[in-house]
Design a protein around this ligand. Structure first.
Ligand SMILES: [Zn+2]
Ligand SMILES: [Zn+2]
Length: 294
């Protein structure tokens, strides 16, 4: 019998897949691999919707291969563990984020920076080691190597699944750059998925937070709902002028808008030695950019 999505692996699975660029997801019967000795199998209970899922299902980055089962903010309960797994047990709550594989030997991998591994394998729409396509968390069952499975804290609601992508994307730089101290002034550009996380973390760390947005409609949400201290409308030059020359840290939480802010920001990135470097010119832009002081 020819291999199909349903029988290329032994374990039946069900998900929602995109078949074309329409943005419409439809029911999809497929299969998961048997639980290997280092694998964790879990029942998916929650999965966040990341904006990158929307880009992927519509092929807006030009590299989508259909069918796609999106989802890389996945939380569930362990149903089976391989013989060499010692991190979690059956019944534990676990999560899987954006990655499910990497070479584990390169400089990045041996420094716990698997996200920079040139051979990193994404949780969905990438070819796994066995030559089959990876499918994400818009599904009922997940199997992943334990190295990429996180134990989910007992006291953390499982519906907080977006912590696995938007959460770590904003929490990590705040911690890494020492921005987790009270009294700092932090600007957050964009109030989408990342922006929500950024303002909540920054406020929890005790910062004075300014939201910088293209839409005045976000003002109430920013201040009344999320507790931001102030709000700037990004296309108002007079308001934006407030930023210039002030000692603030600006955190870009909006991919779409980042190029517009180059008038206000120095572009920076992290090199292979975890050092902050100034970008030499246009085109060298990381997902998060900072100006620290002036
Ligand atoms: Zn994401
Ligand atoms: Zn690697």
């Amino acid at each position: 019998m020819a291999k199909s999505y349903e029988n290329e692996h032994p374990i039946k699975a069900f998900g929602w897949s995109a078949r074309d660029t329409s943005g419409i997801l439809s029911p999809f019967n497929f299969s998961r691999r048997a639980t290997g000795e280092n694998d964790v199998q879990f029942k998916v209970l929650y999965c966040g919707i990341c904006h990158s899922d929307l880009h992927k299902i519509k092929n807006e980055w030009g590299n989508s291969k259909y069918p796609i089962v999106p989802g890389h903010e996945i939380v569930g309960v362990v149903t089976e563990v391989g013989s060499k797994v010692n991190k979690v047990n059956i019944g534990d709550n676990v999560g899987v984020g954006v990655l499910i594989g990497s070479c584990r030997t390169c400089n990045s991998c041996t420094n716990d920076l698997e996200q920079y591994c040139p051979s990193a394998i994404s949780t969905y729409n990438t070819m796994y080691y066995d030559g089959t396509t990876t499918y994400g968390g818009y599904s009922d069952l997940m199997v992943a190597n334990e190295h990429f499975v996180f134990r989910w804290p007992e006291n953390l609601p499982m519906e907080a699944a977006p912590l696995l992508c938007a959460g770590i994307t904003t929490y990590s730089p705040l911690k890494y750059f020492g921005l987790d101290k009270p009294g700092l002034h932090i600007g957050v550009v964009g109030l989408g998925g990342l922006g929500h996380m950024a303002v909540k973390f920054a406020k929890a760390f005790g910062a004075n937070v300014t939201i910088i947005s293209t839409s005045i409609n976000k003002k109430d949400e920013a201040i009344k709902l999320l507790g931001a201290n102030s709000f700037l409308l990004s296309h108002d030059p007079e308001q934006m002028q407030i930023m210039v020359g002030q000692s603030k840290t600006i955190m870009l939480a909006s991919e779409r808008d980042r190029l517009k802010y180059h008038d206000y920001l120095y572009r920076s990135y992290i090199d292979e030695n975890k050092k902050i470097k100034r970008c030499p010119g246009p085109g060298c832009v990381n997902a998060l950019e900072f100006e620290i002081g002036s």
